[in-house]
Design a protein around this ligand. Structure first.
Ligand SMILES: Cc1cc2nc3c(=O)[nH]c(=O)nc-3n(C[C@H](O)[C@H](O)[C@H](O)COP(=O)(O)OP(=O)(O)OC[C@H]3O[C@@H](n4cnc5c(N)ncnc54)[C@H](O)[C@@H]3O)c2cc1C
Length: 860
């Protein structure tokens, strides 16, 4: 065993072996995988080996597609078979709602390059004759599904990595990790200590324990999972003989079950409601190649549905029931990337579908370690997406919820109840008393909308407009015409201070920093010139800046800030960053009467001239020390008022009392988002993501290329000089009773050449093409050919929706999305169509915001 290596990968499951292979392939060959026992000694060996490309997050779906396409490559390099069976599979819908869900998934697939097809239950039955098709209303066929041999696949990765020069050390447990002052690691193992620049946690079932070695409680939990194998079935053999094909994979939403052919019989797995965590606090180190005792009673309700839907299976004898543990994060997606607050400590764990996702995880992580960037939009699996609130018990409750609804539909207006309330503000009880419907915003209870008095404050979940439609409309109209108040404690808030603060922010942000007492809006981009943040920044004092940003990106942004803190030189320690989280809360008042209202609560002049649009001031509001921004996300005249939580009730009561004479209303997050739509304002993680350049995102006026040399300036200058290929635009959609939700395809009747359409996904670092081949520096962003290929007469898919909804004040259904730049200025009616729940609706680009296009009200 070497004593010094560039990187140590801990864990020889499918994920660790994939990370090792990808690191070696990227040129880091001085690397070592350390495995406690033999390879596949965690969950990898007893997996059902199924793989598929579908994922709720389109970016994770692309990485799944890459994983599936990779198997041939590792078979070739290693000479080890993965026993790949590319059978294809169907998802079965038993209700119209589930069919709506499949329509949405199918529409998304259009620009993701997926070749899915909506089919009838009878067509599905022809490929899986053991089903009773009368239980279903429809299905979706996906040709890129199948199964493989889990152990063979893990070994293929490991052999391929070894061929490229990587070392694998077996039967050697990592017992401790200690960090050196220079940020490198001493990896203490049973066989001695290895010094490594980087450490990767691929500990699978023990990932939590490895996290604890460095003081981190990762939000990951193992669940028991059962699948059964039947005796050989004559029906299966007969089908194989008569068709020359294997039976396909089937996923049944209602039963939360999956089933497929395994040898001459059937494999059927369940995600049962009465699910059971395994080793909820500590994973025993002596657990190895063992199975857990099966518990038929637990899966009986799922089996009952399964046997009703697939009567052919009930007749078969059960040969074996496999019960094994495997890990999940709160939302079922992996935890990948560098852990914020630590140096050179990386995660690739909580991979619940190692055989669908392992390759993509390995590629993204190796890019990140070798090139400093994952090369893809990996937010959906970034380890930074959960906060401190996701502790052991929170994780336990959320993972159980996620497991028990693994194949359930999540409606766009559906809030999931487990582990809530977690964090609350001092106004929580008041908001409940006001009949608020609460939502979870990065672990914080946040008012979404207010139900009318006497009505139960509860969402009726739906893909269509629902019971919140009327009340949100009232909130919006009252705010736009009079004044409204909403809680904005869920925004991210930071303070950057010290003599080096301004220089530091000027290096990170694309816009100039404001003068004292003023505010700017500014994107943040990475060295590839892609959007990685969008902030409101106020200069609060000589060396003090207040920053507001996206709540969910707090750890993601802190990681970036910390990475770029000046380390060397005399100013090295002169920048301090503080993340407030819930130690600072906020209320926003907006609407034409908001100034009159606020003036009643403050003892300073806040007239238009004295307190201008985009001013920042510290002042007492209702007697409480506050910071006030003259800006609101509603795009109206309005204010954001920030205070310590201890004052929030006082300030809220003062606002409510003073607001009575103006007809003040409470409004929630949904009304706020509706109002931003009619101002064409983008949102972070929807319109603005690391796959888009700032000019593509139509953020032109916030990019000051001439100000100084900020990170990504060169790339942004190039984008501007060459002209963005895409453009973010707003649409008005002729919708019926459902609005866009995001990820819908945009169709255009194309009469002119608008160049190449690309759905960007990768950038900078290596990418892969439609066939899974790595393309360095190529412009062939995957999905491009798929878009070009989707044609219907004169119409073709030219873009995708990022978000939208109903803009209540202007009474229009609106959408934002990306289209080729050459099409972005075209407002001619009827040129575009947006696919909503399978129906193409006329849409027209709306260059000017429908509400207050000149910004007069906002500035008044
Ligand atoms: C019953 C069942 C069915 C499944 N079906 C499917 C399926 O159909 N499709 C699919 O994609 N996935 C399936 N899975 C999930 C799949 O098994 C996991 O996604 C995958 O195994 C995760 O791999 P991993 O490498 O992250 O973790 P693991 O396989 O748990 O590997 C972690 C490795 O790290 C080692 N290790 C841990 N700590 C240390 C240490 N301190 N020092 C040294 N080594 C250490 C362990 O010994 C282990 O070998 C199934 C799982 C189960 C249980």
């Amino acid at each position: 065993m070497k004593s010094h290596v560039k990187a140590v990968v801990i864990g020889g499951g499918v994920v660790g072996c994939s990370v090792l292979y990808h690191l070696a392939k990227a040129g880091w060959t001085d690397i070592m995988l350390i495995e406690r026992s033999e390879l596949t000694s965690g969950s990898s060996w007893h997996a059902a080996g199924g793989f598929h490309t579908l994922n709720g997050d389109p970016n994770v779906a692309k990485l799944q597609a890459y994983t599936v396409q990779l198997y041939k490559e590792i078979e070739e390099i290693s000479g080890q078979s993965c026993s790949l069976h590319l059978t294809g599979g169907v998802m079965m819908a038993d209700t119209p709602e589930r069919m709506d869900f499949l329509r949405l998934a199918h529409a998304k697939g259009r620009y993701l390059g997926m070749d899915t097809e909506l089919i009838t239950p009878s067509e599905a039955k022809a490929m899986f004759p053991l089903m009773d098709e009368t239980n279903f209303v429809g299905a979706m066929w996906d040709p890129v599904e199948g199964h493989l041999d889990p152990s063979g696949t893990t070994i293929a990765y490991s052999k391929a990595a070894k061929k490229l020069g990587a070392e694998i050390v077996l039967r050697n447990r990592v017992v401790d990790l200690t960090q050196q002052p220079d940020g490198t690691w001493n990896v203490v193992t049973e066989q001695g200590t290895v010094h490594a620049e980087h450490v990767v946690n691929c500990g699978g079932l023990w990932a939590r324990e490895i996290g604890r070695m460095v003081g981190v409680e990762l939000p990951v939990l193992a669940m028991e999972h059962m699948y059964l194998l039947t005796e050989p079935m004559p029906e299966v053999e007969e089908f194989n003989k008569s068709t020359g094909r294997e039976m396909i994979g089937v996923l049944d939403f209602k039963g939360e079950i999956y089933t497929r052919q395994e040898r001459n019989g059937i494999l059927l797995g369940t995600y049962e409601k009465a699910c059971k965590p395994w080793s909820p606090v500590n994973t025993p180190w002596d657990f190895g190649h063992e199975l857990l005792p099966p518990d038929l009673d637990r899966i009986a309700p799922s089996l009952e549905i399964g046997f009703k839907h697939f009567p052919g299976i009930e007749k078969a004898g059960i040969k074996q029931i496999i019960n094994g543990p495997f890990t999940f994060a709160l939302d079922g997606n992996p935890l990948v990337g560098p852990v914020q607050g630590l140096t050179n400590f990386w995660c690739a764990c909580a991979v619940m579908a190692g055989f669908s996702q392992g390759g993509g995880v390995g590629l993204a992580l190796s890019n990140w370690m070798v090139h400093g960037d994952p090369g893809f939009d990996v937010w959906g699996m970034d380890v930074a997406r959960f906060g401190e609130w996701a502790g052991l018990r929170y994780t336990n409750a959320k993972v159980r919820e996620n497991y028990s609804r693994r194949f359930s539909i999540r409606f766009p207006n559906e809030e999931l109840p487990a582990a809530r309330p977690a964090q609350t503000t001092p106004l929580y009880d008041t908001m409940l008393a006001n009949n608020a419907v609460m939502g979870d915003s990065w672990g914080l209870e946040t008012p979404l909308w207010f139900a009318p008095k006497g009505k139960e404050p509860k969402d009726i979940v739906s893909f269509h407009r629902s019971n919140d439609f009327g009340p949100i409309g009232e909130e919006v109209r009252a705010t736009r015409e009079r004044v409204g108040v909403t809680e904005i404690a869920n925004f991210a808030k930071y303070e950057v201070s010290g003599p080096g603060a301004e220089e530091f922010l000027n290096r990170l942000m694309t816009n100039r920093m404001p003068k004292t007492g003023r505010i700017v809006l500014t994107p943040m981009i990475n060295e590839f010139g892609k959007l990685i943040g969008d902030f409101t920044i106020a200069k609060a004092g000589e060396d003090r800046f207040m920053i507001w940003g996206s709540s969910a990106a707090q750890k993601y942004h802190m990681r970036w800030f910390e990475k770029h803190l000046p380390k060397d030189g005399p100013r090295g320690s002169e920048v301090r960053i503080h993340r407030f989280d819930q130690t600072l809360v906020g209320l926003s008042i907006a609407g034409p009467k908001s100034r009159d209202l606020l003036q009643k609560l403050v003892d300073v002049d806040i007239s238009t001239k004295a307190f201008r649009f985009m001013d920042f001031r510290e002042m007492a509001v209702g007697g409480a020390p506050c910071m006030v921004n003259r800006i609101t996300y509603t795009g109206d005249l309005g204010y954001e008022i920030w205070m310590a939580p201890a004052y929030e009730r006082l300030v809220y009561k003062a606002i409510k009392d003073a607001g009575e004479e103006f007809g003040l209303v409470d409004f929630g997050m949904r009304a706020l988002l509706s109002m931003r739509l009619e101002k064409n304002f983008p949102t972070w993680f929807r319109e603005l993501r690391p796959i888009y350049g700032p000019f593509e995102g139509s953020m032109d006026r916030f990019i000051k290329l001439e100000k100084n040399d900020f990170i990504g300036r060169e790339a942004a200058a190039k984008e501007q000089a060459e002209g963005p290929k895409l453009r973010r635009v707003s649409f008005i959609v002729d919708a019926a009773d459902a609005d866009v939700m995001g990820d819908e395809p945009i169709w255009a009747k194309v009469s002119k050449d608008f160049g190449t359409v690309e759905k960007p996904h990768g950038y900078g670092a290596p990418r892969f093409d439609d066939k899974g081949k790595e393309v360095r520096g190529s412009k062939a962003a995957e999905g491009a050919s798929a878009l070009r290929g989707i044609v219907d007469g004169d119409w073709r898919v030219v873009g995708w929706v990022t978000s939208g909804g109903y803009a209540h004040y202007v009474r229009k259904s609106m959408a934002q999305g990306y289209v080729p730049a050459a099409l972005a200025e075209d407002e001619s009616a009827g040129l575009f169509e947006i696919e909503i729940l399978g129906h193409r609706r006329p849409a027209r680009i709306n260059v000017e915001a429908p509400f207050d296009p000149s910004g007069e009200k906002m500035r008044s």
